[in-house]
Design a protein around this ligand. Structure first.
Ligand code: WTA
Length: 637
C-alpha cells in the first residue's frame, strides 16, 4: 500500500525533482495509492489570485473508507487505536481496525438518526477520549463537516466558533480529566449555547459519571443512543473538493478564522507526509501527544496514521501527572516506537530533571519528532540524548493549520539532521524566501519571509464563510505566493531554519494567538481603556504574553486585584491557555502621530532590550516610553 515511502536520500532527491518538474504526474502517482470510488479527471487547477485551488478534480471518495474499510482485509485485527487514560491506574483500551470501524459506524448512525446530514457543520468539543476520534471519523463518514474545538476554550470562544460556521449539532462530554483535576465540559456548552441559535441537538458522552443538565428533546446521552443503532453504516460518497473539516486558528487580525480543508487533497497529503516523515513501519506503535483540538492531532493522531494502517496512541492526560515521568512511562508501557511532541513539553520536562527520564528504558523508541514552534538547540540535544539515547533521529517538522500537513522536515533516519533546523521541504512543496517587496531571495545563507510558490494537495481552500479573508490573509501580501507569516533562514546546504512569526501572532506553548484577540479579551474589563499585547521569550512556553494596559483610574486600580480581574476576562473570553504572563499598567502607549501602536518598542521592552529601542522621536508622546521602561516587568516579576 505505501510504496510511496522514500527509502534513501537518492529517492528523496528523485521524488523532489519529479514533484517540481512534473507536479501533476507526481501527485497522480501518490494519489493512486488510495482507494477512490471514482478516479479524478484533471489533477490540478489553480491560481493564487482568487485563490482557487482544486486537486483531483471530480474524484469521488470517502476518507473513512481509506482510514478504515480498506485495511479490514489485511489488518482487521491489528490495533488501530490505543487509548491511555489520564489516571495511570485506569486500564488502557485497545481497538482493532475492525472495532474502530464499528464504533465509527455506530456514532455515524447516531448522528444520522439525530438529523445530521451531508454538509452540516458539527462542533466537537470533547476531551482526549476515544469518542473524539470516533466523532471526527463519524462526521467524515456521513459527509458532515467537523469543527473540533479544543476543550480548553471558554464558552465565549465555543459560541464564536459555533456561530461562525453555523453548527447544527454539538458533541461533548459531561466533564474531563486533566491531571489531578476534573473539569466541567457540558456546562461550558450550555453556557455557549445561550448565545447560539443554530444548534439543534447535543450528544453527550459520559466520561466522569457526573450528573449534568440535560434538556429534553435537545440533549442526548451517547450511551443511551448506542442501544438503538447497529454497527453498519455505508460511507457517503464525497467529491474530492468537498470540505472535510473546519479548524479555527488565530491570525494577526480580528477573531479566529475557520480554515477549511478538502476531502481528497487533505487525505492524499496527510497519509503521504505521515508515512515519509516518520518512516512508519507496519508493526510500529506511534504516539503523537498533541490534542485533536489542534491541526497536529487531526493530521497526525487521526487521519495520517489511520490512512497508513498504523497503530496510533491517544493520551488523555498531561505530561506532569502523576509526575514528570508520565510520557516515558507510557512509552515503555506501550512499547512506543515513534514519538511526536512539542518543544514546550520537552522544555518543561527538561526543567523537571533528567532523573524522570532515566527511570525508564525507552528502548522501543526509533524516531522522535517535534512540532509547533522552533525548538531551541538545548532542548533538541536533551531530547536527542536523553529520550532518544543518541540513536533516534529527531525530526523538526514545520507546518501550519493552513498547510494541513508537514511541509519542511527531515525524513526520520534518511535526511541529514541539524539541531533547530526543520531541514528540506517534502517532495511537492516549493518554499521560497522573499524580501519586504516580495522579491525572491535566491542562494543560500539568506534570510527572508517564508512563502510557498506552488500549490500542494492539503493546502487551505478558504476561510469559512469569507473567502476574501483567506485571500487577504495568505495570498495578497505577495502576489502569486502563499505567505506563511513566518520568517526563515536558508543555510548553506539549502536547509531551512524557521525563525518564527513575523506578524502579530504569538505562539505560546505551540498555541497560536493573535495579539488583537487577547487585547479584545483584556478590553472587556470595565477598568481597561486600552491595551497592547506582545510576545516575549519564555523559557518553557517559547513565548510568553506581555500585556501593557491603560486603566481608566490608574491610582485606584493599579493593583494585583485588577491584574487578576484582567486575567479572568481573558479566561472568560478565550480560555485558560491565553492567560497573560505579565501585565504592566501604563498611562499611555507609544503611538505614531497617525495613532498606530509601535509594537516594536513594546516588544523590545518586554524582551528586556531597552538599549536598542530605536528612534522614538517620531512618537506622538516620546515620554511614555520612559515610563514604560522604568516600570517594566522583568523575568523575576
Ligand atoms: C510555528 C502547528 C518552528 C510557525 C502545526 C507556524 C514552527 C505556526 C514549527 C503554525 C517548527 C510550527 N519550527 N516553528 N517545527 N512548527 N511552527 O497552525 O510559526 O498551530 O507558522 O500549526 O507554528 O501553528 P499551527
Amino acid at each position: 500500500m505505501s510504496n510511496f515511502k522514500i527509502k534513501s536520500v537518492e529517492e528523496y532527491n528523485a521524488a523532489y525533482q519529479l514533484s517540481v518538474e512534473q507536479p501533476e504526474a507526481f501527485w497522480d502517482h501518490i494519489a493512486s495509492h488510495y482507494s477512490w470510488r471514482k478516479k479524478w479527471g484533471k489533477t490540478l487547477e489553480w491560481n493564487f489570485q482568487e485563490p482557487n485551488v482544486k486537486w483531483f478534480i471530480d474524484g469521488k471518495l470517502n476518507i473513512t473508507e481509506n482510514c478504515l474499510d480498506r485495511h479490514i482485509e489485511q489488518r482487521g485485527n491489528k490495533i488501530a487505536l490505543i487509548w491511555e487514560p489520564n489516571d495511570a491506574k485506569e486500564k488502557a483500551v485497545r481497538y482493532t481496525y475492525r472495532e474502530v470501524l464499528k464504533e465509527v459506524n455506530k456514532m455515524a448512525n447516531i448522528l444520522r438518526k439525530l438529523g445530521v446530514q451531508k454538509g452540516d457543520r458539527v462542533c466537537i468539543y470533547l476531551p482526549m477520549i476515544p469518542e473524539l476520534t470516533f466523532s471526527v471519523l463519524a462526521c467524515a463518514r456521513i459527509g458532515a463537516i467537523h469543527s473540533v474545538v479544543f476543550a480548553g476554550f471558554s464558552a465565549n470562544a465555543v459560541a464564536d466558533r459555533i456561530n461562525d460556521s453555523g453548527c447544527k449539532f454539538v458533541i461533548t462530554s459531561d466533564g474531563l480529566n486533566r491531571g489531578p483535576k476534573q473539569i466541567p465540559v457540558k456546562a461550558v456548552v450550555d453556557e455557549a449555547l445561550v448565545h447560539c441559535t443554530t444548534v439543534e441537538k447535543i450528544l453527550v458522552v459520559d466520561r466522569l459519571g457526573w450528573p449534568v443538565n440535560m434538556e429534553v428533546g435537545r440533549d442526548f446521552w451517547y450511551h443511551e443512543e448506542l442501544k438503538n443503532v447497529n454497527d453498519q453504516c455505508e460511507a457517503v460518497e464525497m467529491d474530492s473538493e468537498d470540505p472535510l473539516f473546519i479548524l479555527y486558528t488565530s491570525g494577526s487580525t480580528g477573531k479566529p478564522k475557520g480554515v477549511v480543508h478538502s476531502c481528497g487533497g487533505y487525505m492524499v497529503y496527510a497519509g503521504y507526509s505521515f508515512s515519509n516523515v516518520f518512516q512508519y513501519n507496519e508493526s510500529d506503535v506511534y504516539w503523537c501527544t498533541a490534542d485533536i483540538g489542534w491541526i497536529t492531532g487531526h493530521s497526525y493522531i487521526v487521519y495520517g496514521p489511520l490512512l497508513m494502517g498504523a497503530t496510533t496512541l491517544m493520551f488523555e492526560g498531561v505530561p506532569s501527572y502523576p509526575d514528570a515521568g508520565r510520557f516515558w512511562q507510557v512509552i515503555d508501557k506501550h512499547s512506543v516506537n515513534i514519538f511526536y511532541t512539542a518543544p514546550t513539553a520537552i522544555r518543561s520536562l527538561m526543567a523537571a530533571g533528567v532523573d524522570h527520564v532515566l527511570a525508564y528504558s525507552l528502548h522501543s523508541l526509533k524516531a522522535l519528532g517535534s512540532v509547533g514552534e522552533p525548538i531551541n538547540e538545548e532542548a533538541w540535544h536533551w531530547y536527542h540524548t536523553h529520550v532518544g539515547k543518541s540513536k533516534c533521529p529527531v525530526v523538526d517538522t514545520w507546518w501550519q493549520t493552513e498547510t494541513g500537513g508537514i511541509m519542511i522536515s527531515a525524513l526520520a533516519g534518511i535526511s541529514e539532521l541539524k539541531p533547530a533546523h526543520a531541514g528540506l521541504p517534502l517532495p511537492g512543496i516549493q518554499p521560497i524566501l522573499v524580501d519586504g517587496d516580495g522579491k525572491e531571495i535566491t542562494g543560500n545563507n539568506v534570510e527572508g519571509y517564508l512563502c510557498i510558490k506552488f500549490p500542494w494537495p492539503s493546502m487551505i481552500r478558504t476561510t469559512y464563510g469569507d473567502h476574501e479573508r483567506c485571500r487577504i490573509n495568505y495570498f495578497a501580501t505577495y502576489p502569486n505566493l502563499y505567505f506563511t507569516g513566518d520568517g526563515a533562514r536558508r543555510e548553506s546546504n539549502g536547509m531551512f531554519r524557521i525563525i518564527g512569526r513575523v506578524d502579530d501572532v504569538i505562539n505560546v506553548s505551540g498555541h497560536r494567538f493573535g495579539t488583537a484577540e487577547i487585547e479584545n479579551a483584556i478590553n472587556q474589563n470595565k477598568k481597561v481603556i486600552e491595551s497592547a499585547v506582545v510576545g516575549y521569550p519564555h523559557d518553557i512556553k517559547g513565548q510568553g504574553i506581555y500585556a501593557y494596559v491603560i486603566l481608566n483610574d490608574y491610582e485606584e486600580n493599579n493593583n494585583n486585584q485588577t491584574r487578576d480581574e484582567i486575567i479572568e476576562s481573558v479566561v472568560e473570553y478565550i480560555g485558560r491557555i491565553a492567560k497573560p504572563d505579565k501585565i504592566q499598567f501604563v498611562t499611555g502607549l507609544p503611538k505614531t502621530r497617525s495613532g498606530k501602536i509601535m509594537r516594536r518598542i513594546l516588544r523590545k521592552v518586554a524582551e528586556g532590550e531597552i538599549n536598542s529601542l530605536g528612534d522614538t522621536s517620531t512618537l506622538l508622546d516620546p515620554l511614555v516610553v520612559e515610563e514604560i521602561v522604568t516600570n517594566r516587568l522583568t523575568t523575576s516579576d
